[in-house]
Design a protein around this ligand. Sequence first.
Ligand code: ZN
Length: 197
Amino acid sequence: MGRWAAALVLGVSAHAAPVTVTHGTLTVTYTDPRDRAHLGLVFRTWAQATADLKALGLSVRPVQLTAASSATDFARVTGEPASIAASTRGQTITTQRLGALAERGLLASTIRHEGFHTAQPPGLPRWLAEGLARLFSGEAAGDSAEPTGLTALSGAQLDARLLGRVPGQAGAAYREATRRAKVLVARVGWKGALGGK
Ligand SMILES: [Zn+2]
């Protein structure tokens, strides 16, 4: 009996059709049925992020978030390494399975980070967009204070490091981008930084 029940459950999840849920400006599509348990946190985080983005003078448009069914599926859909949490193009966010992000304690910060990218003004340099996204998400609070070793890079060189995602270098590049964004925000404020000053 137990075996039959297990087979039935496996059969259902293997053929699970994607489920789509919309709440406010966010539409979430997921395939792994276990991801349903994390929708509450996703929508609560989105509502807070939306309020915070509006307070910064940014406008929030409808966003589609698709949670991949596996890390392999994520890499196939996004063309990004299977090791990163999420990828955003315009108003479309693709994430790892919501459950996989939640297990690592990354779900809320990933929603805020990618939410920032969907609302950021066009034309921000990549380093500034990443630095501000990490400040906005709270990820920056976990950065080590160790020197990044990248303070001499130009903005364009730092952008290239961020884009290249060279293993072992991306972490320092993200920290350096965040450090510079923080300095800028301290000097000109969030609205000044978003204006690309
Ligand atoms: Zn980012």
